[in-house]
Design a protein around this ligand. Structure first.
Ligand SMILES: Cc1cc2nc3c(=O)[nH]c(=O)nc-3n(C[C@H](O)[C@H](O)[C@H](O)COP(=O)(O)OP(=O)(O)OC[C@H]3O[C@@H](n4cnc5c(N)ncnc54)[C@H](O)[C@@H]3O)c2cc1C
Length: 546
């Protein structure tokens, strides 16, 4: 029945992959074009639990700095939003400006940012993260507050914010709307395999899909295609379909290269000099009840003049696993996270890893902390548990007050788009190999940015940084601690020509006239921002363009 229904239809749009970006593209297009037919094809189905053939055929040599494939993505309707954290952050002006540190890797320009801005509010609605305003100076109730007593904004700002989604699980949230829409046909449990050759005008007419349970193949015809299979799988589909570039006479050399995530970790604490009660260490809530959080960021001029990577640095707790923090509530939460079965229920593996660092250490001291701080060591986690797991809009994280006015600093920085960080196909033409390392530029920029922040806080007499490592130990410490693979971008980047990139500014694949890429893989630079919100804005824009 499915075969008859879909193989005889000419769809107006075929969207490949039902993660957040595929769902937004399909829904937005269907809302805008009520007579047009859309097919949304998703690899996963309800049997896709445990192992799957896509994740099984990926090799990642450097698991020190890159999560395993099962930790990095999810398969099934809703894609990786099944386990994502929900942090929504916008790109910044500097992400569209070339700088020597990013080695001419900025293949878009500020006009692209300006063109994306009208779609941000609609994007915020899909992500359920309130108004698309990312600066506290624009939000009346917070415009006169600051991160700590004595802080003044200048080259360093504390007003740029992250917003938090519910976190919206796109599968659960949009399933009814998709299945009830007469014009969207959802095909689950099919892997997109092979596109037909483009004709002389670049038009591609069909794609072959494979049923993941019985291997049956079907051919689907459409007027336009959007590949929204997440960065790694979108890249793999293109690497397996290089004939899509036959009209160019070559496959773009950027395809699969310049793979980026974020450099992330902690090398220092901040000690503020003022009243600890005036430090804004936790979440703010806007008028709609959406959680917001401030962070230190740096002005465009400052980053350009100092040739630094775009970096956000936020206040954090001391390391959970180290009982020296002497905090009973933290020890209790650490013990809960390392407890088999319970730990897995509390957080997805990549997030649990970022809290526990995969270490089981100091248990007697942790139990001592718990007993010493009773009953608070139980009340605080109980209240957090209620807000984080039982309410509809979940508490996005846990940040605890420091009476000493001392907070760990967590950095989250753009990565150098480096051609050796790449995704390639193995000789079997199926296996995807993901090469990922930190470059020297990544590491030196983190160290330099901390120095600048320290100097600035001292200059305005607001506070100072206290390093956790000796200066000579810092590069190796950063290389050891930073682990990504969950924020994937860069491998099919936007550029003005196929010599530099893979898609044009409308996300149209070079060499074709009707195949588009709806994935964070098109982002040439990785910003300090987690990629999904801005990727979502590109999906809304793409649906409008189509
Ligand atoms: C633990 C964790 C926490 C995260 N937290 C955040 C966060 O706080 N903020 C943020 O911005 N980002 C976060 N991310 C990243 C975020 O989840 C991704 O950026 C986002 O899901 C990408 O959306 P997507 O639609 O492009 O791809 P995906 O969500 O990966 O969806 C792609 C879909 O395509 C399907 N597919 C793949 N190949 C094929 C094929 N050949 N045929 C058919 N279908 C196919 C897949 O099954 C999948 O369902 C997090 C990720 C993880 C793992």
């Amino acid at each position: 029945m499915i075969r008859d229904k879909i193989t005889t239809e000419l769809f107006d749009l075929c969207v490949i992959g039902a993660g957040p970006l595929g769902i937004i593209t399909a829904l937005e297009y269907a809302r805008l074009n009520q007579q047009k037919k859309v097919i949304l094809i998703e690899y996963g189905n309800k049997n896709t639990t445990g192992k799957n053939s896509l994740d099984e055929s990926i090799q990642i040599p450097n698991l020190q700095n890159h999560h395993t494939t099962y930790e990095a993505t999810n398969k099934g309707f809703g894609g990786t939003s099944a386990t994502w954290g929900g942090r929504c952050v916008n790109y910044d002006e500097v992400d569209f400006i070339d700088r020597p540190i990013i080695k001419n890797g900025c293949t878009w320009d500020i006009s692209f940012f300006d063109e994306a801005k009208p779609y941000l509010q609609k994007t915020a609605e899909y992500f359920e993260c309130g108004n698309a305003s990312f600066n506290l100076n624009e939000i009346a109730e917070f415009s006169s507050s600051s991160i700590a007593e004595g802080f003044k904004e200048s080259d360093v700002t504390d007003a740029v914010i992250e917003r938090w989604s519910m976190p919206t699980r796109f599968g659960k949230r949009y399933l009814d709307e998709i299945t009830e829409n007469q014009n969207i046909f959802l095909l689950e449990g099919y892997e997109v395999r092979q596109f037909s050759n483009p004709d002389s005008s670049g038009k591609v007419s069909s794609v072959v899909v494979r049923n993941i349970d019985n291997n049956e193949s079907l051919s689907i015809n459409a007027l336009n295609f959007v590949i929204a299979a997440g960065t790694q799988e979108t890249t793999r589909i293109l690497l397996k379909n290089e004939h899509l570039f036959q009209n160019l006479g070559f496959a773009p050399k950027a395809l699969g290269k310049y793979y980026q995530g974020h450099i992330s970790g902690k090398i220092a604490s901040v000690k503020f000099y003022g009243n600890p009660k005036k430090t804004d260490y936790g979440f703010l809530k806007d008028a709609n009840g959406v959680y917001l959080r401030r962070r230190f960021q740096f002005s465009t001029k400052f980053l350009v003049e100092n040739n630094l990577l775009n970096t956000a640095i936020w206040l954090d707790n001391p390391l959970y696993f180290d009982p020296k923090h002497k905090n009973g509530a933290m020890s209790f939460m650490y013990v809960a996270m390392i407890t088999p079965i319970l730990g897995k229920k509390l957080a997805p593996p990549a997030i649990a890893q970022s809290v526990t660092k995969g270490k089981v250490v100091g248990l007697p001291q942790h139990f001592f902390n718990i007993i010493k701080d009773l009953p608070q060591s139980l009340f605080t986690p109980a209240s957090i548990f209620y807000r984080r797991y039982l309410l509809k809009r979940k508490l996005p994280g846990i940040f605890l007050y420091s009476p000493q006015n001392r907070y760990a600093l967590h950095f989250h920085a753009e990565q150098v788009p480096d051609e050796t960080n790449k995704m390639t196909l193995a000789n079997d033409k199926e296996t995807l190999i993901i090469d990922y390392q930190l470059t020297d530029g990544d590491v030196t920029s983190i160290i330099e940015t901390h120095k600048k922040l320290d100097a600035y806080l001292r200059e305005i007499n607001c506070g100072e940084l206290e390093y956790w490592f000796k200066p000579e130990e810092l590069p190796e410490a950063i290389k050891q601690m930073s682990k990504d693979g969950i924020h994937q971008s860069g491998t099919t980047r936007i550029a003005s020509s196929p010599e530099e990139g893979v898609v044009d500014k409308n996300l149209l694949l070079f060499g074709t006239s009707n195949v588009y890429i709806g994935s964070c893989s098109v982002l040439p630079t990785s910003s300090q921002a987690n990629p999904t919100f801005f990727g979502g804005a590109l999906a809304v824009r793409l649906a409008n363009h189509l």
